[in-house]
Design a protein around this ligand. Sequence first.
Ligand SMILES: Cc1cc2nc3c(=O)[nH]c(=O)nc-3n(C[C@H](O)[C@H](O)[C@H](O)COP(=O)(O)OP(=O)(O)OC[C@H]3O[C@@H](n4cnc5c(N)ncnc54)[C@H](O)[C@@H]3O)c2cc1C
Length: 412
Amino acid sequence: MKNIAIIGAGITGVTTAYQLLEKGYEVSVFDKNRYAAMETSFANGGQLSACNAEVWNSWSTIIKGVQWMLKKDAPLLFNPKLNFHKIGWVLNFISNIPNHKKNTILTAKMAIESRNEFKRILKIEKINLDLEKKGIMHLCDSISSLEHGRRVNKWLAEAGLNRKEITLDEMLSIEPTLNLKNFVGGFYTKSDMSGDIHKFTKLLANSCEKKGVKFYYETEITKVSHNKQQPIITFYRANLLSKQNYDAIVICAGVNSKFIANELGDDVNIYPVKGYSITLLLNDKESVNNAPYVSLLDDKAKIVSSRLGKDRFRVAGTAEFNGYNKDIRADRINPLIKWCNEIFPRVSTEHAIPWAGLRPMTPSMVPNVGSGKLPGVFYNTGHGHLGWTLSAFTSKQISDHIVRKDNCNNKI
Ligand SMILES: Cc1cc2nc3c(=O)[nH]c(=O)nc-3n(C[C@H](O)[C@H](O)[C@H](O)COP(=O)(O)OP(=O)(O)OC[C@H]3O[C@@H](n4cnc5c(N)ncnc54)[C@H](O)[C@@H]3O)c2cc1C
């Protein structure tokens, strides 16, 4: 039996703990917060979306990014203040433009696999996460947006995903609450779903704990080192600094993974891409009846929405390249509220809970899943805008990888 430590109790850390426990390892999870899923896995867009697998590496993203620099409420905001980390990341992002199609197909395949694995876990764990199996609809406001969607559809079809183009009438029959006056058509992926990432992660962590995973909350990893055989973590817990060796560690530390990787001599290039959400509390009958159950993705505004049970409606979006701060800015929250008022005028936006989180984004937009340079060091991190969608798959991928290494060397 091998002892494995996981750094991070977000969606990637907790699903990794679940998979490793199933494979018979002794697992300990460390997180600086008091509960699981308190950082980026707290209040995201809720979409389990193979249909949103298109990576952003394209010249049109770069051109739009530059144009949007002068617009305060643009979906993408790039703070022009540069540092080595940002410059290196952007150059690497550009160097991945030729991989646009390849990485989109790869991500869609991973998302489809992830959906199957997610369903398998749910069958065993029966977690109530306000899951909606009503599909995801893309809303397009122009012919060029439809044409782009048609091109991407071909790639998604290559990956095995059926995202079908639909007319305005079909959109209304699928989701009757929509105000479609700004749109010309859309796409619908029936097989996609939505649900509350925070509920799922927290309840899966509880289930792992009951089955024997040790959770060390309010425990900050201050240093990760290596004695050439095993990784050693130094952590601060209840005012005490302690050290512990493990046979292996899996780094699932979101936007902090880069710094932990640096200590271990690995280059894990992750930039924090900030996003915002509002959670509308549907306190009156009119709002309950007029908020959509089908999860939505507005192609132009880059806004997604998900119904979370009867009385909550989540709206999320924007990508801000602005360092590690998690300040909630009114000028970034307002477009989310405005979007809601326009598309769902009968839903009250009186009670909107704002939130901001940092997407751990790699320049290729493909997560970093695999071994580090030193023995017993593994990564499952860098899931960017699709961590909820991809984690069930990547946690299986990393745990299978660890088992393979373990069987090969009798050493992980
Ligand atoms: C606005 C927004 C909308 C989104 N919408 C969607 C969506 O609709 N669908 C989708 O698939 N994805 C979406 N995402 C992306 C998704 O939420 C993330 O990819 C995912 O939550 C990342 O999970 P994680 O486990 O990597 O990181 P986190 O959830 O941030 O977990 C990392 C954990 O590591 C811990 N940690 C880090 N360093 C240390 C340390 N030194 N010591 C102890 N603990 C440490 C942190 O406390 C944290 O709990 C969205 C993201 C945002 C911001």
